[in-house]
Design a protein around this ligand. Structure first.
Ligand SMILES: Cc1cc2nc3c(=O)[nH]c(=O)nc-3n(C[C@H](O)[C@H](O)[C@H](O)COP(=O)(O)OP(=O)(O)OC[C@H]3O[C@@H](n4cnc5c(N)ncnc54)[C@H](O)[C@@H]3O)c2cc1C
Length: 565
């Protein structure tokens, strides 16, 4: 896997462009007052960065080299810059301007679990800090070392540990090394007729270990489960030895140790491998597009689908603003496309359920399985959608969405180049809370834009339906006004949205973890004793605060050396 851009998302040679999407430029100008053809800023050059010298004692270097081999111990400047942070908006803004924060001093790349154990011993003996690094795609500040950290920081890049070790066909589980990136992992499974079914939008650049450590969720998690559901067992190298749980379907061995590792963000140790559910590659897979008249009926339809026997693999519906954005990102239409689109508009205008087409909501529902199963699923969903006033618009929009979902992440860099800030906040809540949660968040975001005196845009989609509720995923964008730093203005908007989640009874994040970005809402989400429990867990497993300190529950108290030590 090649390294990502040090200042942005994805591969060096790939970038988002508006030039092949005729409606996008005017849309952006109307929505956030930014011109798509006007470059307002670019990242500083790598040569202009002030990369401070690494601090790495000869004994620690020797121990790390003995652990993984000298070729896999790097103090290279680019390596250290890439491993310093994830890809949150704050990370991108600061990296682009050359504000690098506290860089890791060294990057080590273990190739097997015994090497990880040797790294752990060396780091603890030297009182160094260890930060596991998967793909570096988290957006919650889960990787950055505290600014005032004075110990040596070792970034442990897991990319060499990328193999599917074993597939147990009878049990439908596979043992996989934690550093496997989505494409490599899926390729090895597919070669034997299996899939993990976990496809986050960051799939191309994120790893199994990172998914587990952040409790990730993929596009098809309605069918395959979130990573927390599909992870059966873990092996974790900790300061107290190697923790191993058994890949049993379920167990009553007290509070779940496996669950404690899920979402632990490197604070309990380094996950070396996991045993996960795998599924036979489906005979048929299709994503259909639907249009629903408005957000209220769209939510009701998704709830009815979740309650039905349809059990689709994807349920996703955009609100009116996000539907308008999606239509604006269409590539130049062919004459036939134009004809079809005119026909559809005329049809919707005649259909009594569609009053105001501006309120229309675009939905995608995915089906997987045997041909007969898919046919039954489609029929059930079709009936529900039409009972809520909606129509099916076929498979082409779904195919397009499926193809472009891994390109969309590049849009944040495109907007930053044009002086605009764009980011996401996502949550989950019971079905009964979703309508009011949505209204509260939209009001909070628009209130924040208005306080800042900027023209902002906020939009939402529902993804990931469950028995009891669903995930709402909000995207917002604006060009900062002249008063104060852009990043402070961003904090006002993001903070207002996050606070609306908490005040509405929702969670601080459905699948983006806590890191440092969301830590301030944790106590309101899980209560003070909940936070105390997590703190005790981290302090107990990591008494020297060597493991990714400061994430999830804030800085742990460092042990004070006894007099005379
Ligand atoms: C454009 C974009 C789209 C995204 N889409 C999604 C999405 O659809 N669904 C979703 O869930 N998330 C999404 N994310 C967030 C991110 O991709 C996930 O949080 C992902 O799980 C992080 O994996 P990673 O391998 O990149 O981990 P990293 O970012 O490298 O690390 C994340 C955290 O996990 C820890 N960690 C990593 N590996 C290990 C290990 N082996 N042992 C112990 N700790 C470890 C790190 O120390 C850190 O605390 C997206 C992010 C971006 C930028």
């Amino acid at each position: 896997m090649s390294q990502m851009k040090w200042w942005g998302w994805g591969d060096e040679e790939v970038a988002f462009t508006h030039e092949d999407k005729p409606e996008l430029g005017p849309f952006i100008e109307r929505a956030i007052d930014v011109r798509a053809d006007h470059l307002a800023s670019r990242p500083v050059g790598f040569d202009e960065l002030d990369v401070r010298e690494p601090v790495l004692a000869p004994d620690l270097r020797a121990a790390l080299e003995a652990a993984v081999g000298a070729a896999h111990v790097s103090t290279d400047a680019l390596d250290r810059v890439v491993h310093a942070r994830g890809k949150s908006l704050r990370d991108l803004v600061r990296h682009r301007t050359g504000d690098l924060g506290r860089l890791p001093d060294v990057v080590v790349r273990p190739g097997a679990e015994p090497e990880l154990q040797a790294i752990m011993r060396a780091a603890i003996d030297a009182d160094a800090v260890l930060i596991p690094f998967g793909g570096g795609t988290n957006i919650s500040g889960s990787l950055e070392a505290p600014a005032d950290e004075d110990r040596t920081i070792v970034s442990v890049d897991m990319a060499r540990m990328d193999r599917v070790l074993e597939i147990d066909d009878a049990s439908r589980i596979a043992r996989i090394q934690a550093g496997a990136f989505g494409p490599a992992l899926e390729e090895q499974l597919n070669a034997r007729g299996w899939t993990i079914g976990h496809f986050p939008d960051s799939f191309t650049h994120s790893t199994l270990g990172g998914w587990i450590a952040t409790r990730s969720s993929g596009m098809q998690s309605d069918k395959y489960g979130d990573v927390a559901d599909l992870t059966r067992a873990v092996r974790v190298v900790t300061p107290a030895g190697t923790l191993a749980t058994r890949p049993v379907p379920t167990t009553s061995t007290g509070p779940s140790v496996r669950e404690m590792v899920l979402g632990s963000e490197g604070r309990l140790g380094i996950i070396s491998e996991a045993t996960v559910h795998v599924h036979r590659l489906p005979e048929r897979r299709i994503i259909l597009g639907y249009l629903l008249p408005d957000w209220g009926r769209a939510l009701q339809a998704m709830r009815a689908i979740a309650e039905s026997d349809a059990a689709p693999s994807v349920t996703r519906v955009s609100d009116g603003p996000e539907t308008r954005f999606s239509f604006a990102t269409r590539k130049a239409p062919t004459p036939l496309d134009r004809l079809k689109s005119k026909g559809l508009t005329a049809f919707l205008e005649r259909k009594s359920s569609f009053g105001d087409l501006e309120q229309m909501c675009l939905a995608f529902v995915g089906y997987e399985g045997s041909k007969a199963h898919v046919a039954t699923q489609r029929k059930l969903v079709g009936k529900i959608v039409s009972a809520h006033g909606g129509v099916c618009i076929g498979s082409s929009p779904g195919e397009l969405y499926d193809q472009k979902k891994f390109d969309t992440p590049y849009i944040r860099d495109f907007l930053l180049d044009r002086g605009a800030l764009a980011d996401v906040s996502e949550t989950s809540a019971p079905w009964g809370v979703l309508p009011v949660l949505y209204d509260n968040v939209m009001a909070a975001a628009r209130g924040a834009f208005s306080d800042l005196g900027v023209r902002g845009y906020v939009m939402c989609h529902l993804s990931h339906s469950y028995h009891a509720g669903a995930c709402l995923y909000f995207t917002f964008a604006f060009a900062p006004g002249p008063v104060g730093e852009g990043i402070d203005q961003y904090d006002r908007v993001k903070g207002a949205i996050q606070q609306a989640f908490i005040d509405s009874g929702a969670t601080l994040s459905h699948h983006h973890a806590v890191g440092t970005e969301h830590a301030r809402w944790l106590e309101e989400d899980i209560s003070a004793p909940g936070v105390a429990m997590l703190r005790a867990l981290f302090d107990g497993m990591d008494p020297g605060a060597n493991l990714n300190p400061g994430k999830i529950v804030g800085p742990a108290a460092r042990p004070v050396a006894a007099d005379g030590d």
